[in-house]
Design a protein around this ligand. Sequence first.
Ligand SMILES: NC(=O)c1ccc[n+]([C@@H]2O[C@H](COP(=O)([O-])OP(=O)(O)OC[C@H]3O[C@@H](n4cnc5c(N)ncnc54)[C@H](OP(=O)(O)O)[C@@H]3O)[C@@H](O)[C@H]2O)c1
Length: 290
Amino acid sequence: MRKKILVTGSSGMVGGYLKKELSETNTDIWYANRANSGPAGLSDFYNQIVAFRPYAVIHLGAETNVDLCEKDPSLAYRSNVLLTSWISRACEAVNAKMVYVSSSSVFGKDEKFLYDELNSPHPVSVYAASKLKGEEAICTLCFKNFVIVRAGWMIGGGKEIDKKFVGSLIRQIKAGHSEIQAVSDKWGSITHAADLARLLVWSLSDEGFGLYHYACTGVVSRHSMAETVIEAFAATNRPSLRSLTSAHFPLAAPRPFSDAIESVRSSELPALLQPREWKSVLLNYVRELA
Ligand SMILES: NC(=O)c1ccc[n+]([C@@H]2O[C@H](COP(=O)([O-])OP(=O)(O)OC[C@H]3O[C@@H](n4cnc5c(N)ncnc54)[C@H](OP(=O)(O)O)[C@@H]3O)[C@@H](O)[C@H]2O)c1
């Protein structure tokens, strides 16, 4: 019998790549949209999941706007904690594997530079706290059968969908901006959403269990990313790059000094999923968009 998989958040950046990966597997997939899991209908959603009896749920659906979460903690709680908790309960009821994408931003308060799976998380923002509470709900409710993947600063989506930092840089370069400004006092790791999608599909196998960090090797700042994008994208008329501190870009949510991650579990992953070096991954992505 074909395995049944439920995916939430498939209209997002990671979801686009995941759909492509899953289309090459022998599975029946229910792509639940936001309407299925609206706050008013969480118990209905629970019943629908139990009736569907999936082999696994890949739960991507989340409120990912960090500043909006800071301004509206109830929204963050409903979208990132309550929804995750109800899905976890349903997984436990039908013995389905829960696969959840969390965030490197669960770290930061300790002011360390690089965090692995042995470090205890201490989030600095509401968004990050809500993602961590989502993790905790899974560990409590699905303790026998789950995968949690903490991803770094996500890149990907391609020309139309990329509304994140790299997409915005490319739009500025294309519009002929003579100067690009980027923050150089905050650090992190990048994860290509396509790599993550492949890892999520692998995590459905019996080999995948527990908590993983998944990001490219090396630590980046927005400034070093911008330098690479300019190098890859603008052959002529290169804009100048101005280094600024985060104080120049006041935002609703605090950002950690560093939420860069590495993994002590990489040796468990197959060769094709080994973390790649950040600069080549970013260069390749930007060249795809050129
Ligand atoms: N983007 C990053 O930098 C990053 C980094 C680390 C981890 N993550 C995690 O990776 C996962 C996927 O991220 P992404 O970048 O693909 O996100 P995204 O592009 O912002 O997409 C979010 C998805 O979640 C859905 N969604 C939002 N609120 C929802 C709700 N209350 N109930 C159900 N669905 C809801 C959205 O549906 P609509 O289309 O209806 O809005 C969309 O499909 C998320 O769990 C996120 O926390 C992201």
